[in-house]
Design a protein around this ligand. Sequence first.
Ligand SMILES: [Zn+2]
Length: 295
Amino acid sequence: MSVERLSPLIYRVRETDLDGACREREWDAATAEHMVGRVIGRADRRLARGEEPGCLIDPATDATGRLVLRRQHFFFTGRGDEVRQQWRTWEMEPVARPTLSPRQAEDLRAVAGSRHWPGGDYSKPQVAGAVLQVNTIGTREEQRVDCSGFYSLPPAAWRRLVDKGWLWFPSGRVTVQEPVRVTVAGRVALALREHQTRTSAPVGYIKPADHPNREIARSGLIGPWRKGGRVYDGTSFVVCSAGCFQGRCLDSRNLAQAEARGHRAEVVLLALGASQEQAKRAGARARAGSSAAYA
Ligand SMILES: [Zn+2]
């Protein structure tokens, strides 16, 4: 019996070399895993030694699920000891938009949280990931992805997730006991879904007595922005669907939006396995909107 093989394309990539030459590439799940893992691992090793990371990964600050990998190179210009730095970049555009249905999110979360005994060998330590199993129902065989906790994905569900580029078989082979894991694109989509951010419109010009903030309403205190009995309130709340901010408000909506951008970048980096320090740095770049600095 021949074994079905699966290695779907999950990212279209624009690679820009040091000389500025661009190439279009297509990455499957294994290539994306390797490249993202390499950049994150290298950056974390260097940060742990107290050095500059030299490699950066920046998630797009919108909901497109794009990632940009950057690797720094130094070279002599030929004029004395003058050194220049340049960045080689890979702009990764997911093949499928990262919009998960509630059911798809639940399925991906189940696979991500699953552990199994490799090859069904209970004497070995458990490893991360779900496994493919074949259930026989009457005369019919059904391939299901078995997760921890009696949760399993029926064939149509897991095949759709593989087609979308969110699940993959690291071996590429669709056979019994093969491990199944969430791809880079799947982890990004899940993080963006779990941390949907919103900012509130500022209150604007308002009489102190009408202010939604009771402190201000009670005191009737008008700040330095007094305008004919009205006070300008530019504060904007930033809210994350996962409850990360807990009623955080900033002085202006621009600042609140920057905070939301930074938060999304941080949670994507953490979902990809980066350290807190590396995630925090990506968050700071997203807040500052500094990606132009590498153009
Ligand atoms: Zn959050």
